[in-house]
Design a protein around this ligand. Structure first.
Ligand code: S3P
Length: 443
């Protein structure tokens, strides 16, 4: 399911942004809900599922492995699973398109089953490192049969007799942790992941929700030790997917930067392991009020009331990176309009996202007249309260670079054009329409 025709888009300054909107369901939870639903015995009902390309591609691979997944309309899905270890051997390569999360989590899910599957994706996904996932899966008993340099396309033979392992991820990555836990489901005994830096905990929470035994304990200053008891019988359980904070970041920052704006973003997930951007924006002086805090789908959510704000530059510590890893490109846009320097530390992982996001973010800003520097793994933006704009941004098949550039264009002096908006649909279908409903000029 490749997105083919390049689809240029231009964003330009218009009046204030006003109104209410709900961004689509969380991508991380949506992908996990489908995978875990497919590993239960029985039928799981999911509401609010993100129907973006990354999620749809993952759904398609689960069908190829024997799951029954039905789209009922309006974000409602029914998944009938095959049980832990019950995947059937697929007849064709599994195509994950642009989705690193779908691919890495499914490597884990397949890695614990006695089937062989070929994994592939688009040109962006083919550049991304998979060795980090294959290493622990090989310890569990899976075998990599064919792969170039630990990248896609690759073929994985899942473990016949999976072994429970104790794993300390060498990088802070929820995808890596999740892959090991999903493979560990099929192993007897306890699979343990010890994270030096805690990352998003959706896999752990959903595993518990489906009836697996998962223990989460603190480990070190910022880390966690996650212990999963293997070979559970997962029971179906309904899932309501909350609105994605990583998607909400785009209209949120657009409203902060566009004079006279007042926007309400409904039901945004406030999971503390995803909230680094909100913490940072508060330090920058952003006016974001949490209205009606409540629980939806096992997560705290709130309606965010966002008003245009004068921002100041701040230093964002490296320790915060896992809780806002996908938000740096759009934070960098906000930093350009702030008063003073913003230093974002410890962004090494940005180099292996859908694009080299560190380089792509710097190029986005530079191409629109903003002073920016990469110093080792740090990104330094000189904010001057304004940006000239006028650039044509290369998006490198990266949805978040595309949306960040359009947010820049809504507030800069001259319009900003992106070479291809097609990839926005991987995580945020309806982005342009939602922004227009708030008064943005994107064409
Ligand atoms: C995700 C984890 C993050 C994030 C990605 C979604 C997940 O990747 O960038 O968009 O759902 O687990 P890493 O685990 O590689 O940091």
């Amino acid at each position: 399911m490749q997105i083919t025709d390049p689809h240029p888009l231009t964003a330009r300054r218009n009046g204030p942004l006003r109104g209410r909107a709900r961004v689509p369901g969380d991508k991380s939870i949506s992908i996990r809900a489908l995978i875990l639903g497919a590993l239960t015995v029985g039928e799981t009902r999911i509401t609010g599922l993100l129907e973006g390309e990354d999620v749809l591609n993952t759904a398609q691979t689960l069908r190829a492995l024997g799951g029954t997944l039905e789209q009922r309309g309006g974000g409602e899905w029914r998944v009938r699973g095959v049980g832990v270890g019950g995947f059937a051997e697929p007849g064709a390569p599994l195509d994950f398109g642009n989705s690193g999360t779908g691919c890495r989590l499914m490597l884990g899910a397949v890695g614990g089953c006695p089937v062989t599957a070929a994994f592939d994706g688009d040109a962006s996904l083919r550049t991304r490192p998979m060795r980090r996932v294959l290493d622990p899966l090989e310890r569990i008993g899976a075998r990599t049969l064919a792969s170039t340099d630990g990248r896609l396309p690759l073929t994985l033979a899942g473990a016949r007799d999976p072994i429970p392992i104790v794993f300390e991820p060498p990088v802070a990555s929820a995808q890596l942790k999740s892959a090991v836990l999903l493979a560990g489901l099929a192993a007897p005994g306890e699979t343990v992941v010890i994270e030096r830096e805690a990352t998003r905990d959706h896999t752990e929470k959903l595993l518990s929700h489906f009836g697996a035994q998962v223990r989460v304990e603190p480990a070190g200053a910022n880390g966690r030790r996650v212990t999963l008891t293997g070979q559970p019988e997962l029971a179906p359980a309904p899932i309501a997917v909350p609105a994605d904070p990583s998607s909400a970041a785009f209209p949120l920052i657009a409203a902060l930067l566009t004079p006279g704006s007042e926007v309400i973003l409904e039901g945004v997930m406030l999971n503390p392991l995803r909230s680094g951007l909100l913490t940072t924006l508060a330090e920058m002086g952003a006016s974001v009020a949490y209205v009606e805090r409540r629980t939806e789908g096992g997560e705290e959510v709130a309606d965010l009331l966002v008003r245009t704000s004068a921002l100041r530059g701040v230093e964002v510590p490296a320790a915060r990176a896992p809780s806002m890893i996908d938000e740096y490109p759009v934070l960098a846009v906000a930093a350009a309009f702030a008063d003073g320097t913003t230093v974002m530390r410890g962004l090494k992982e940005l180099r292996v996202k859908e694009s080299d996001r560190l380089a792509a973010t710097a190029a986005l800003l530079r191409g629109n007249g903003v002073e920016v520097e990469i110093d080792g793994d740090d990104l330094i933006v000189q904010g001057s309260g304004r940006a000239p704009g006028g650039g044509v941004v290369t998006t490198h098949m990266d949805h978040r670079i595309a949306m960040s550039a359009l947010v820049m264009g809504l507030a800069s002096e001259k319009p900003v054009t992106i070479d291809d908006g097609g990839f926005i649909a991987t995580s945020f279908p309806g982005f342009v329409e939602l922004m227009r409903s708030l008064g943005a000029d994107v064409s």
